[in-house]
Every structure is written in structure tokens, then in C-alpha cells.
Design a protein around this ligand. Structure first.
Ligand SMILES: [Fe+2]
Ligand SMILES: [Fe+2]
Length: 239
């Protein structure tokens, strides 16, 4: 069992990697990890999984982002194993957490129930309008999208990525949560959201701020869905 003191150390390590090292500190202050942990814990309770492994895996899932190895299972897993040596956990727990980290992007199927849950929690953050914002932001900061020159191909790339990830959800609880947070967005609106996000990302704004700035451009239904994604209030009510 992973104790609370170790989980606190893991949280500090994860926030440092995400806020200080990933994208040269450009995403400092975003609440992505915090929300993924909360969603993952909800899924772990609903689906029956090791809560300590899921919590640690959720905090650390983007550990390989600073080196750009987040889509590389083998490199990410080795890196995770190495970093996890600093914590008071068993070899089995180390392996279980490393699996959550290495397989969370959906490039390879997760090999454990806990890894499926961390994967699904991250997908829910990459779905709906928040998903468009988060993936556009990432593509701007990795130089794939030019902030002021979003074209049709860019819009397609972002939308297809979200669809690809949503299709890979494993648990029925996560699939149910997706129906609660994923708003209907037509191509025209998606383009506006992606263009505005790209511009703001280029100006140095973090995804939390961008999502709030987009609210006036959304219809009421979309605003409600995005608000749920940001505050996770739907998790307070048991389905
Ligand atoms: Fe990731
Ligand atoms: Fe993530």
C-alpha cells in the first residue's frame, strides 16, 4: 500500500515536472493533473482498482512530457521506473505506476486495470471543448500549429485526435462521464475554438485561462459542458 506521505512526495514531483519542466514552464498553474487525479480516483472507486497506484499514476502520468517521450511506451516506462526509485514503494507498485505512465496516451493498450483507469481519466480531459483547447495548446507549444495561421488541416488534426482518444475509453463509468462532459460542436465552431485557442496559446496563456476566455463564444449547452469539465461538479453526484 502506498502511504499518504509518499503520495504527497509524488504530487510534488509530478507538479514540478508539469509546471516547471514541460514546455519550458509555459503551462505553470494549469489544473490538468489535479483534475486527472480526481477523475481517476472516482473511476477507481466505481470500477474497483488499487487507489494508491491509480492516484500515483494519475499524478505522474505526464512525467515524460518534458522530454517529448510521452508517446513512446518503452522510453517513457524506463524513465518512469528510474524516477520512481526515489519513493518508498515496492517493486510491484513501481511497475504498476510505470505502466500507468507509459500507456496513458493510448498508443499501446494499457496492460493493467489501473493503467486503463489513468488512461480513461486523461481521455476525459482531452474530450469535448476542453480537449480541443488542450490539444491545440499542445500543438502550438510543440511547433505543429502556427498560432496565427490555423488552417483546415490543423482543425482536422485536432478534431481527429480527440475522436481517436474518445474511442479508446475502456471503462463503462468513463464512457458514461464522457456523455456528461462532451458537448456537440460543429466544424464551424470547432474552427473558431481552435483558432482562438491557438492565438491565446501563442500569447502565453495557459489552458485554464483560455477555456474561461472562450465561454462568451459558446452556446449555453457548451458552456455548461465546459464548466463541468473544469470544476468536475458532476463527480460530486453519484450516478
Ligand atoms: Fe499525456
Ligand atoms: Fe495528461
Amino acid at each position: 500500500m502506498i502511504d499518504n506521505h509518499t503520495l504527497k512526495e509524488i504530487k510534488v514531483c509530478a507538479l514540478s515536472a508539469d509546471w516547471d519542466n514541460a514546455f519550458q514552464g509555459a503551462s505553470k498553474g494549469n489544473r490538468h493533473l489535479e483534475r486527472v487525479v480526481r477523475i481517476a480516483q472516482y473511476l477507481a472507486e466505481a470500477e474497483g482498482a488499487d487507489l494508491g497506484v491509480v492516484t500515483a499514476g494519475a499524478w505522474l502520468h505526464d512525467l515524460s512530457l518534458p522530454t517529448g517521450d510521452d508517446y513512446n511506451y518503452d522510453v517513457s516506462k524506463k524513465h518512469a521506473q528510474h524516477v520512481l526509485h526515489q519513493f518508498e514503494i515496492t517493486p510491484n507498485e513501481r511497475e504498476a505506476i510505470a505502466e500507468c505512465i507509459a500507456s496513458h496516451e493510448g498508443v499501446v493498450p494499457p496492460r493493467t486495470h489501473e493503467a486503463e483507469i489513468v488512461h480513461d481519466a486523461d481521455v476525459l480531459e482531452k474530450s469535448g471543448i476542453l480537449g480541443l483547447v488542450r490539444h491545440t495548446w499542445k500543438l502550438v507549444h510543440t511547433g505543429v500549429i502556427a498560432p496565427e495561421l490555423v488552417n483546415d488541416e490543423d482543425v482536422k488534426t485536432v478534431r481527429n485526435h480527440i475522436i481517436w482518444r474518445e474511442r479508446q475509453l475502456h471503462s463503462s463509468t468513463a464512457k458514461h462521464l464522457l456523455t456528461m462532459v462532451s458537448a456537440t460542436i460543429d466544424d464551424f465552431q470547432a474552427r473558431i475554438i481552435i483558432q482562438k485557442t491557438a492565438r491565446m496559446a501563442g500569447q502565453g496563456l495557459i489552458t485554464e485561462v483560455i477555456a474561461k476566455q472562450l465561454m462568451p463564444f459558446l452556446n449555453m449547452d457548451q458552456q455548461r459542458h465546459l464548466a463541468l469539465q473544469l470544476d468536475l461538479s458532476h463527480l460530486d453526484v453519484r450516478a
